[in-house]
Write a protein that binds this ligand. Structure first.
Ligand code: AMP
Ligand code: MG
Length: 368
C-alpha cells in the first residue's frame, strides 16, 4: 500500500481527504495532543481489524473511541454516571479516557469482546476536525508498531507504519507526549487504570475519592524497594486495562532505572558506565536538567526539568526512539519519581525498562 503523507495545517484539503478515507473503511494516522493515533471508523468491525493488523496488536487489547461532541457519548455508552459528567466538564476535550458500559452498536472487534467501551474527546484541532468530517467515532490506538515507543511526530509514525496505512496527517509535534489517563467510571468510586498527564490529584479535586488500580499502584509504590529481579510487570495484580499486561515502549538496548539518593545514583551510573565503556559497550545516560552536569564525559540525554514533569513527558518517547537510532546497548536512567504527579511518566519508563529498577543505595555497580 502506498502511504500518502500530508501537512494537515498547510494543505487545505488534507483533513477532508482523511475523513473520506475513514468513512470508506481505511486507515489514517493523525495527531492528537497526547500521541499520534492510528484511526479507523470505530463502528466498523472490518476497519477496526485493519488497525490490529497494521500495528501487530493483540486482538484482546481494546481500542479507545474518539469523539468530538459530548452528544456522541450517549450513542456509545449505556450509562453515563454523574462522575463522568463532572470529569467531562472539567477535562474534555483533553487527555482523559473514560470507561463506560457499552451500547450494542459498539463492535466487539473494538472492545476486544469486553462489555465496556473506552471513550475520549481529544483536544487537537486536526483530530477534532477529522472526527467531525468523518461523521463517526474514530477508534485509534497509538500509531506505532505494537511494543515500540508511541509516536509524537509524523516522522515517528512513518518509521513504523509507512506502507501500512492510507494516509498520515502531519500536524507537528504532540504537546502532551504521553497517552491519556484512563479512568473506569463504571465503579462507584472511579478507578485509574492508566496514569497520565491528568494526575490523581487533578481527578480528586473534581470527584473527591478516586482509587488507583492495584496493577498500577503496586508498581509505583515499590519505586525504591523493587529489586532488579522483580521483572514481572504486575506481580499478582491482574490488570483491568487489558493493554497493561503487554510490554511497551522498549528500546532495543537494555534500559535500567536507577533509584535512591541523588549522590548514590550518580556514583552508581558513573561507575557502571565507566566499566562498560572499557569493554566497548555503547552506553547512554538519561538525566534531568538539574543533574546533567554529573556526567560530563558521558552520552547524556536530558528529558526535562525535575520541577516540571510535563517537560519530561513531552520528551520521553522521542528520547526512547533516539536511543535506537544510536544503537544504544545499555541505558541508565535516573528515576524521576519525585511525587505522585510523576506517575504517568514513570509508568511508561518502567514498562520501557521491563521493570528493571536498581536501588543505588543498596548496590554499587551494574553487573550484567
Ligand atoms: P492505546 O490506544 O494503545 O494507548 O491503548 C488503549 C488502552 O486503553 C489500552 O491499555 C487498553 O487496554 C485500554 N482500554 C481500551 N478499552 C478498554 C476497556 N473497555 N476497558 C479497559 N481498558 C480499556
Ligand atoms: Mg499504544
Amino acid at each position: 500500500m502506498k502511504t500518502l503523507i500530508l501537512k494537515a495545517f498547510e494543505d487545505g484539503s488534507a483533513i477532508k481527504k482523511g475523513a473520506e478515507i475513514i468513512a470508506s473503511g481505511g486507515l489514517v494516522a493523525f495527531p492528537t495532543e497526547t500521541v499520534y493515533g492510528l484511526g479507523a471508523n470505530g463502528l466498523d468491525p472490518n476497519a477496526a481489524k485493519k488497525i490490529y493488523a497494521a500495528k501487530g496488536r493483540p486482538s484482546d487489547n481494546p481500542l479507545i473511541l474518539h469523539i468530538c461532541r459530548l452528544s456522541e457519548l450517549s450513542e456509545l455508552a449505556e450509562e453515563i454516571p454523574e462522575a463522568a459528567i463532572k470529569l467531562a466538564q472539567r477535562f474534555w476535550p483533553g487527555p482523559l479516557t473514560m470507561i463506560f458500559k457499552k451500547k450494542p452498536i459498539v463492535p466487539d472487534a473494538v472492545t476486544g469482546g469486553l462489555d465496556t467501551v473506552a471513550v475520549r474527546m481529544p483536544d487537537h484541532p486536526v483530530a477534532k476536525e477529522l472526527i467531525m468530517l468523518s461523521g463517526c467515532p474514530i477508534a485509534a490506538p497509538s500509531a506505532n508498531i505494537s511494543g515500540r515507543p508511541s509516536p509524537v511526530t509524523a516522522e515517528h509514525v512513518a518509521e513504523d507504519l509507512e506502507g501500512k496505512v492510507d494516509l498520515i496527517l502531519d500536524g507537528g509535534k504532540c504537546s502532551v507526549g504521553i497517552e491519556s489517563t484512563i479512568v473506569d467510571v463504571t465503579e462507584d468510586i472511579p478507578v485509574i487504570l492508566r496514569p497520565g498527564h491528568i494526575t490523581l490529584k487533578d481527578l480528586e479535586d473534581v470527584l473527591g475519592e478516586v482509587r488507583i488500580d492495584p496493577a498500577v499502584s503496586g508498581i509505583m509504590s515499590d519505586k525504591d524497594r523493587c529489586s532488579p529481579e522483580e521483572t514481572h510487570e504486575h506481580g499478582d495484580a491482574v490488570p483491568r486495562a487489558p493493554g497493561m499486561k503487554y510490554t511497551h515502549y522498549a528500546p532495543k538496548g537494555e534500559l535500567l532505572i536507577i533509584s535512591g539518593s541523588r549522590e548514590k545514583v550518580r556514583d552508581y551510573i558513573k561507575k557502571s558506565v565507566s566499566s562498560l565503556k572499557e569493554r566497548g559497550v555503547r552506553t547512554w545516560v538519561i538525566a534531568s536538567e538539574e543533574t546533567r552536569s554529573f556526567y560530563p564525559e558521558e552520552n547524556v540525554l536530558v528529558m526535562g526539568s525535575l520541577t516540571d514533569i510535563s517537560s519530561m513527558e513531552k520528551e520521553l518517547f522521542k528520547t526512547l526512539r533516539y536511543l535506537d537510532q544510536e544503537n544504544a546497548e545499555v541505558i541508565f536512567s535516573e528515576s524521576f519519581y519525585t511525587d505522585e504527579n510523576a506517575m504517568g511518566l514513570m509508568n511508561r519508563m518502567l514498562k520501557a525498562a521491563g521493570h528493571r529498577i536498581i536501588n543505588a543505595d543498596e548496590e554499587g555497580e551494574y553487573k550484567c
